[in-house]
Ligand binder design. Structure first.
Ligand SMILES: [Cu+2]
Length: 105
């Protein structure tokens, strides 16, 4: 019985342990000249990864121009989210292509 309890604790990842990795990766597809999903919610320290499945290049460009990730067809790119808040972003090549990232504590 005691052995089982230990196994459950390991399966839950034991948050708070220094060995537990910080941050996860949130995937977003670039497909059909659109971001999918259009809006995501992540936590500070997480990484957003865009996967361009179109045959044209796209960018993820913050509307305030504080950062940009340029992604060629069939490639992917990532950006760590290190500040709380709402980020609206667009594709510089296709201004109608818009997305939102909500970064929570
Ligand atoms: Cu684009």
């Amino acid at each position: 019985m005691r052995k089982l309890a230990i196994l459950v604790a390991v399966a839950l990842g034991m948050p708070g342990s220094p060995a537990f990795p910080v941050g996860t990766t949130q995937p977003i597809l670039m497909k059909g000249i659109a971001y999918e999903p259009k809006q995501v919610t992540v936590h500070v320290g997480d990484t957003v990864e865009w996967d361009n499945q179109d045959i044209v290049a796209h960018t993820a460009t913050a509307k305030d121009r504080s950062w940009e990730v340029d992604i060629r067809p069939g490639k992917n790119g990532r950006m760590a989210m290190n500040a709380i808040g709402r980020i609206d972003y667009i594709c510089r090549y296709h201004p109608n292509m818009t997305g939102t990232i909500i970064v929570e504590p």
